[in-house]
Design a protein around this ligand. Sequence first.
Ligand code: ADP
Ligand code: MG
Length: 317
Amino acid sequence: MKEFELIEKYFKNQSFSRSDVLKGIGDDCAVLNPSSKIVVSTDTLVEGTHFLKNITPYDLGYKSLAVNLSDIAAMCCNPSWALLSITLPNISEMWMRDFCAGYKVLLEQHNVQLVGGDTTKGPLSITWTVMGSSQNKIALRSSAKVDELVFVTGNIGDSFVGLEVLLNHPTEMQEEVKDYFIRKHLHPVPRIDLAQKLRTFISACIDVSDGLYSELSHIAEKSNKHICIDIEKLPTSKNYKKLGYGEEIALSSGEEYELCFTAPKENFQEIQKISKITNINISCIGTVCEGKGVSFKKDEKEIKSLNLKTYEHFSSY
Ligand code: ADP
Ligand code: MG
């Protein structure tokens, strides 16, 4: 199969087209006609660095796009258009079919049109560029203010355990528990709809890709504030608690793709309401103060001895 046949068969056929795309796949450039501010983000995933060799093409298609959509969610914007640059060692039609099925679920769910890309031969690597739009205030890392509360969505820590399960195949763990953790690692849910609901109530926002501690440090640094976290409030799943991994792993676990954000105290009730409506946990885990850096407390006492890491994909394996 030739490159242009591949593009025709797998990338060009899409179930919908957006009215703000004047020209999609098939010319030298895509032509977009947006009516608002645009946010753009790109991420590359390389085999062996960002995903394991034995990942299924479906999971790779899904996750490679999900992590990029998560960046758009972190700005409280709506994803609208995507570009896919893919390097393949060879063309397998079965592989292509499954890979495309994986990302198409997300494109359709969020009304994002694939408007172009590039296809080359070489070691497997996937680069998505996703663009989003917004007519509203955009949630920046630098927007945290003194006296605001700090929140995180969902649970943290499960993605780390999922990767451990994929790498070490623990025999003592029940199959359904293993599946739970693997799913959390391979199928992150980009918090796009939730971010849209939260948008007017929050200030700074970031998605958890390198670990919650790392993301909190980014907000603190960019906002020039201090963040104090109550480690007893960190949300972890029932399955995670049973394993007894604790707070250090939860704070260091990467690839969670939950949102971490700050909001004025008076918006607490509204945020709880959104949590209820969406059935997604939103936990208040700390406060923003004058100063620098991130600190942790338990029972109102400061804890200094935490061993925290920034998640660096497979560097430690
Ligand atoms: P050019 O030589 O002008 O770069 P290409 O032959 O690379 O054109 O691509 C032809 C068309 O197919 C372009 O519109 C390009 O954006 C699109 N395209 C190529 N690869 C992909 C891909 N992996 N996903 C989506 N669109 C693609
Ligand atoms: Mg090209």
